[in-house]
Ligand binder design. Structure first.
Ligand SMILES: Nc1ncnc2c1ncn2[C@@H]1O[C@H](COP(=O)(O)OP(=O)(O)O)[C@@H](O)[C@H]1O
Ligand SMILES: [Mg+2]
Ligand SMILES: [Zn+2]
Length: 269
């Protein structure tokens, strides 16, 4: 692994559509806002979303340094790498598991990340091949689990937590996303996806609930327009929540023991 990276942190959940990519992008921007050197690896090989979320133009390609190494795309103070930079958004990703895992390891290892305080890995949904590959090859300092309060998402979040525990990756905290909807007309609050799920998860698995992020038009719109909340609306509740998550992550990383002997091997396996 590249010696310049202090911490690699996965942003994960068992389920798709709960906001992993949204949280990963906004958290990366919040860490950068706090002066950290941040990288973001989009590990969703089949459905990369960071090109759009970061607002990277269609024709931008990572610069090739030599036949092995790529320079990450610098955007909003974040060093980013995604399969979306290398393939067409509409290209059907029909790779089998081992090929996808191989491509991901290449993206991780052949990107010239330089010095980073934190490399965030935006994980694809599930607890299969790709997740295990990352957990094993990336020498993760920890994982952040994103969930909605909905039972079905919580069940998948449990599976995610258990997978990381199995491979000795500390879970640094849980983010409950879409926890409440605040009506922009009258201000009343509605728990669209249920209530208290993040608390239950945190209590049951003895992990910290880092934040509750509301279901918010601003979050959706900013992500769709390639902006992070700390940039688009830096005074908003949502921006403050992402900064709070960033601060909690930095503090929890201080407590987490850094893996001392990463088992990285280059080449096929
Ligand atoms: N807190 C939120 N408020 C409103 N929309 C959100 C929020 N979090 C995520 N979304 C939207 O939900 C959709 C799925 O989010 P995404 O981050 O792609 O999920 P995942 O990476 O887990 O599949 C996206 O359209 C995103 O803009
Ligand atoms: Mg995603
Ligand atoms: Zn209302």
């Amino acid at each position: 692994m590249q010696s310049g990276i202090t911490h690699i942190v996965a942003v994960a959940s068992g389920k798709g559509g709960v906001g992993k990519s949204t949280v990963a992008m906004n958290l990366a921007a919040a860490l950068s806002h706090r002066g950290k050197a941040v990288g973001l690896l989009d590990a969703d090989i089949y459905g990369p979303s960071q090109k759009r979320m970061l607002g990277v133009a269609e024709d931008v390609m990572p610069e090739q340094i030599d036949d092995k190494r790529l320079r990450p795309v610098a955007v909003h103070g974040i060093k980013a790498m995604s399969m979306g930079f290398l393939t067409d958004e509409k290209t059907a990703m029909v790779w089998r598991g081992p090929m996808a895992s191989g491509a991901l390891v290449q993206l991780l290892e052949q990107t010239e990340w330089g010095n980073l305080d934190v490399l965030l890995v935006d994980m694809p949904p599930g607890t299969g091949d790709i997740q295990l590959t990352i957990a094993q090859k990336a020498a993760l300092s920890g994982a952040i689990i994103v969930t909605t309060p909905q039972d079905i998402a919580l069940i998948d979040a449990w599976k995610g937590i258990e997978m990381f525990r199995k491979v000795q990756v500390p879970v640094l905290g849980v983010v409950e996303n879409m926890s409440i909807h605040v009506c922009s007309a009258c201000g009343h609050e509605e728990p669209v996806f249920g209530q208290g799920g993040g608390d239950r998860l945190a209590a049951e698995y003895d992990v910290e609930l880092l934040a509750r992020l509301p279901l918010s038009l601003a979050v959706r719109e900013s992500a769709d327009s390639g902006q992070a909340m700390v940039m688009a609306q830096s005074d908003s509740t949502e921006a403050r929540i992402f900064l709070k998550i960033a601060d909690a992550l930095v503090s929890n990383l201080g407590d987490a023991s850094v893996p001392t002997s990463p088992t990285i091997t280059m080449g096929d396996d």
